[in-house]
Ligand binder design. Structure first.
Ligand code: ZN
Length: 490
């Protein structure tokens, strides 16, 4: 049964649920008060934008969709550098070398197209994120606009159409006030006002960008949070003004949270010093290295020559370092990794054919940052110390915003702690539009009573070797495990 005539999805990149307060975000807080707020909603691991975007579009963890990192070394695609999924050129290279799509499993866009439904996206993130939300938009006759320009979308005619109506694309400033205003106008006036698709999705690149570079609760970041909240107010007002307002479902989400950085731990540099010549992903060259390393506050370490003795040696070395919070290796066991003391990548839904042979997460805890927000951890670099980061399993990175309202409200308003997360967005959209949820999606429709009533049982597992001990908590619902919190003990 169709529960909504239209679905509108609003994504605020990186928004932490504890920032949705009447003081900071009056429009979103009001919406949350009237709707159903899944307060314990979760991202996936790694809690990075392209990984999470692919989980939103496929309703599945990376074990199924195969985007195992924002950057990852994929020798079947190229042995020359670490693939950067933010870049249109790298995605095109992957699709050429793989002789097929980089995201091969069925997506929300694929399902909608098969049912003759229209899907329009207004995106202000990277070309890779814009791709991942609806990878086959062009083939489906769907419409994806990118504020980054025609090269950042597979449907460049959308950019031409918008520029003709709204004028030149805005300048890129930090915080991204101009982009926020421009994409809101396009979404309200063009997508909702003219195109009126079955599913309309807008992705704000804030507050993520300002969290990274201007810190989590600085005055500048608070100002841009107010701006995206006002943008949401404009979107809600536009919906409320329609005669069919009551039939429109609204889903508000974030892809991950963020925590503040306290100091730098240069894992690639330390590995090189320890005798494992390491190529940083950002170097865009392997250059005779023994291992490739991605960074942030977690990353993968891949053996360029497939040397598993070296992998085992590095895993044990990591567990002896004070900077390290968690270590994962692939294994057939659901909990124990191949190297003693490590967790299995299966535990965190990362066990895809493209998975790395070694994953580390830097130390973090729930201590207060200088602005009084909980969540503080080490970074390898990439942002100024004090800046925000995400990717790991700290509860403030994996806890996401997920609020259903309008025709998606269903039942009494309020907060709920039932297991839910970004993998549920695609199934929920399909269910709202009266379409079946494909078996390949691990998520579930949040419109189903049994899903909304499910008890929240948190399981905790621990493992370690020598002085190193790590702990991971999760909520299971069917075949999917939602990450709750992970880190080192002691
Ligand atoms: Zn993000």
């Amino acid at each position: 049964m169709q529960k909504a005539s239209r679905v509108v999805v609003v994504v605020f990149d990186g928004l932490r649920p504890d920032m949705v307060t009447p003081e900071r975000m009056p429009n979103l807080a009001a919406f949350a008060g009237e709707g159903t707020w899944f307060r314990e909603a979760r991202s996936v691991f790694p809690s990075m934008t392209r990984v999470a975007t692919s989980s939103i579009s496929t309703g599945a963890p990376p074990a199924l969709h195969g985007i195992v990192g924002n950057s990852f070394y994929a020798p079947e695609i190229t042995r020359d550098f670490v693939l950067d999924t933010s870049l249109a050129a790298d995605i095109a290279l992957a699709e050429a070398r793989l002789d097929g799509p980089l995201i091969a499993v069925e997506t929300l866009g694929d399902r909608l197209a098969a049912e003759g439904k229209r899907f329009a996206v207004v995106h202000s993130g990277s070309a890779g994120s814009t791709y991942a939300i609806n990878p086959r938009a062009a083939a489906h006759g769907h419409w994806t606009f990118s504020v980054m320009g025609g090269e950042a979308t597979r449907t460049p005619h959308a950019v031409e159409e918008v520029v003709e109506r709204f004028g030149p694309l805005p300048p890129r400033t930090l915080p991204r006030f101009e982009e926020t205003d421009y994409v809101t106008r396009v979404f309200v006036e063009h997508v909702l006002g003219e195109m009126d698709p079955d599913l309309a999705l807008i992705w704000f690149n804030e507050p993520d960008t300002s969290f990274h570079y201007k810190f989590l609760a600085s005055d500048e970041t608070d100002a841009v949070i107010t701006a995206v909240d006002a943008a949401f107010g404009r979107i809600r007002a536009a919906i409320a003004a329609r005669p069919d307002a009551e039939d429109i479902a609204i889903i508000v989400a974030s892809d991950h949270g963020q925590i503040s950085s306290s100091a730098v731990a240069d894992i690639a540099g330390l590995l090189s010093e320890a005798g494992h010549k390491a190529a940083r992903a950002s170097a865009r060259a392997i250059d005779g290295a023994a291992v490739t390393v991605t960074g942030g506050n977690m990353g993968e370490i891949r053996m360029v020559y497939g040397d598993m003795d070296r992998r085992d040696q590095i895993a044990r070395w990591l567990m002896q370092r004070d900077e390290i919070g968690m270590v994962f290796t692939p294994s057939d066991d659901p909990v124990r990794g191949a190297v003693d003391g490590t967790f299995s990548t299966t535990l965190v839904g990362l066990d895809h054919a493209r998975q790395p042979e070694l994953v580390y997460v830097l130390r973090s805890d729930t201590g207060l940052d200088p602005h009084g927000l909980p969540g503080l951890g080490l970074i390898t670099g990439g942002v100024p110390v004090g800046g925000g980061m995400h990717g790991g399993l700290n509860r403030h990175e994996v806890n996401t915003v997920l609020i259903l309202g309008g025709a998606a409200q269903g039942g009494a308003p309020g907060q709920t702690a039932v297991p839910a997360g970004i993998v549920d967005i695609a199934p929920t959209v399909l269910d709202l539009l009266g379409l079946p949820v494909p078996a390949g999606m691990r998520g579930a429709s949040l419109m189903q009573d049994e899903v909304r009533r499910r008890a929240c049982d948190i399981e905790t597992v621990e493992i370690g070797a020598g002085a190193f001990r790590q702990r991971f908590s999760l909520m299971r619902r069917g075949a999917h495990a939602f990450p709750v919190h992970g880190g080192r003990i002691g």
